[in-house]
Design a protein around this ligand. Structure first.
Ligand SMILES: [Zn+2]
Ligand SMILES: [Zn+2]
Length: 258
């Protein structure tokens, strides 16, 4: 499985920077998890192939350019963009984003080939298919309805925490799965901002260190994501200080394979 955390910002020469402001993981060039930077960072070739997007929750950093992505492709889509989300999140996207005020209600619109956007409700706690992937979703602990994911193809299994604070369902899912290759886990705020992390339901490195004690699998790669750009260097130092083997930080723009 090939996974890229799409970049969110680019320097003066157009090179991707390491700051992660938005969240969008591209899997095997065709499935996206979240859509923060989807309209900004995909190549034209990738844009032609991504038709399935799993939205973990409706926060802006996870959906910012989803409306623009569908808008860009509107006339040329020969199949709808499928937005996979829980029924609660679908309702929030329809109410707060695709509501004709913020952007058009694409789920009700068609082009010359048919519908341009289709919602696919996620059955929480049960396996479902997205393209060639087998996915399981469980609720995590964030301030809006949010899911963590286990994503498998025939070779590998990768877990995505999405945005969360202390949680048990996610760890139970990961521990029950066989042979998880990688865990992509959030670490949003530095340790001295624990209060804000708590009210906004995110991890600091210290909180993540405590959570990782719930992980019973050994040997998997653990990559921290969702580091707030303003505190990136501090968070990296605090993650290193945990001295957890195979814990690193995922680089936006780099393609990882498991
Ligand atoms: Zn969030
Ligand atoms: Zn977020």
């Amino acid at each position: 499985m090939k996974i890229q955390l799409l970049p969110s910002t680019f320097d003066g020469q157009g090179r991707a920077t390491l700051d992660q402001r938005l969240t969008c993981f591209l899997i095997d060039e065709c499935v996206a998890i979240d859509a923060g930077s989807i309209a900004i960072a995909l190549t034209n070739d990738q844009r032609d192939h991504v038709r399935d997007i799993i939205v973990t929750h409706p926060h802006m950093d996870h959906i910012a350019s989803l409306p623009i992505f569908i808008d860009d492709l509107y006339a040329t889509l020969r199949e709808p963009i499928r937005v996979h989300a829980t029924p609660e999140v679908i309702a929030l996207l329809e109410r707060d984003v695709f509501n004709w005020n913020v952007y058009p209600r694409f789920s009700g619109l068609t082009n010359d080939y048919g519908p341009v956007m289709k919602y696919v409700p996620i059955p929480v706690g049960q396996e479902f298919k997205v393209a060639h992937l087998t996915v399981t979703a469980v609720p995590v602990n964030h301030i809006v309805p949010t899911i963590g994911l286990l994503v498998a193809d025939e070779h590998s299994v990768v877990a995505f925490s999405s945005d969360t604070a202390e949680t048990d369902d996610f760890w139970n899912m990961v521990n029950d799965a066989k042979g998880v290759n990688a865990l992509l886990i959030e670490a949003s705020f530095p340790n001295d901002m624990a209060k804000l992390a708590e009210v906004s339901r995110h991890f600091t490195p210290a909180a993540l260190g405590r959570e990782l004690k719930k992980l019973s699998q050994n040997g998997l790669d653990i990559l921290a994501v969702h580091l707030k750009p303003a505190y990136r260097q501090t968070i990296i130092k605090e993650l290193e200080a945990l001295q957890i083997s195979k814990l690193g930080v995922m680089e936006p723009g780099k393609t990882y394979s498991w």
